[in-house]
Write a protein of this length. Structure first.
Length: 339
């Protein structure tokens, strides 16, 4: 057994299987929460047929339905690009799970540049969305793809800048190291106070959360798939399991981006007054609890705020969030030097 665990390929295969299993589980859990919470907020019953009273099997039934549907490809579409776009979007989601620490040592790969990797790999979905819009041979899809690309590029900047203050305070780009910095364990060059970074980095947290909403193209930032004018944007020509890939990627991305936000600003798997030896099994529960709170807020925003116009969306990013994020970095750097 020890020989197997020491084998690089066996360990790699095990990690790949774990990540591959986490994606559908996270997507189903977030999707079910979306259905039930949306129904509650609108005073509806919600799903109740598949899976009995709670409707727990609704998304499983939807998944089976999508796989049974015909895989339609427009006649004038660029077929290879059209087929590969959903897989590329889902690939970016899968790759994000690699660097999320669920507990002490419970991480697929603890990279020294973990946050840099996470932010870089999340931009792959922008390429997938552009590919989907351009290859569909549909003007609504093309406009939706261009809108999505413009939106994702605009909000990637504040998303990246919001994390700089955390990196400056922690003294490391490793996501596990950032958790340890908030716990007060990591004292080489960074923070030693044992405090979640959301307290000194509240501005950064708000910016990161707003930018993450825009990256997810969730309401009020859902202009790329605005049904009233673009049908379903870059998703218009997709059907069957390829549409399911986009659907699953959205819900899984809600989990991963919430997990990264919880890791950067809310202490990740760490919580005050919990002994270190208990965190080995309690860490995943603590992190998932924090993720659940953030996912709830994302769903809550969907039924609270109206959709932004395109000009309002771009103005918020370029005139408010980016200057505010730069000011936050300057303030953090000054405090880092002074304290």
């Amino acid at each position: 057994m020890e020989a197997l665990l020491d084998n690089f390929w066996v360990v790699l295969l095990g990690k790949v299987l774990i990540v591959a299993g986490l994606i559908p589980v996270a997507g189903l859990a977030v999707g079910f929460a979306e259905l039930k919470l949306s129904a509650k907020m609108q005073n509806r019953i919600g799903p109740y047929f598949a899976g009995g009273r709670w409707g727990w099997a609704q998304l499983l039934a939807d998944g089976i339905k999508f796989f049974q549907k015909e895989d339609l490809i427009p006649e004038d579409a660029d077929e290879p690009v059209f087929k590969f776009a959903p897989a590329l979007v889902l690939l970016g989601t899968v790759a994000l799970f690699v660097v999320v620490p669920f507990g002490p040592g419970l991480i697929v790969q603890d990279l020294d540049i973990g946050i840099f990797y996470a932010l870089a790999i999340s931009s792959i979905s922008t390429i997938g969305v552009l590919m989907a819009g351009w290859s569909s041979a549909n003007k609504y899809s093309l406009i939706g793809g261009l809108r999505a690309a413009g939106q994702l590029i605009a909000y990637e900047l504040p998303l990246v800048l919001a994390t700089v203050g955390v990196v400056v305070m922690a003294g490391t780009m490793s996501l596990d190291g950032i958790v340890q910095a908030q716990a007060g364990w990591f004292s080489e060059t960074g923070w030693t106070g044992g405090m979640p970074f959301v307290i000194p980095q509240l501005i950064g947290f708000v910016i990161f959360f707003i930018a993450a909403l825009a990256e997810l193209t969730r309401t009020p930032f859902d202009m790329p798939i605005a049904e009233s004018e673009l049908v379903m944007g870059y998703l218009t020509e997709y059907s069957g399991f390829r549409f399911l890939f986009f659907f699953l990627a959205e819900f899984a991305n809600m989990f991963t981006l919430s997990a990264i936000a919880a890791t950067l600003f809310l202490g990740g798997y760490w919580a005050p007054f919990i002994p270190d030896d208990v965190l080995m099994w309690a860490g995943p529960i603590i992190l998932i609890s924090k993720v659940a709170v953030l996912v709830f807020v994302i769903i809550w925003f969907r039924w609270t705020f109206p959709r932004f116009r395109e000009d309002q969306l771009q103005t918020l990013a370029w005139k408010f969030l980016i200057p505010l994020a730069l000011a936050n970095i300057i303030g953090t750097a000054i405090l880092k030097v002074m304290i």
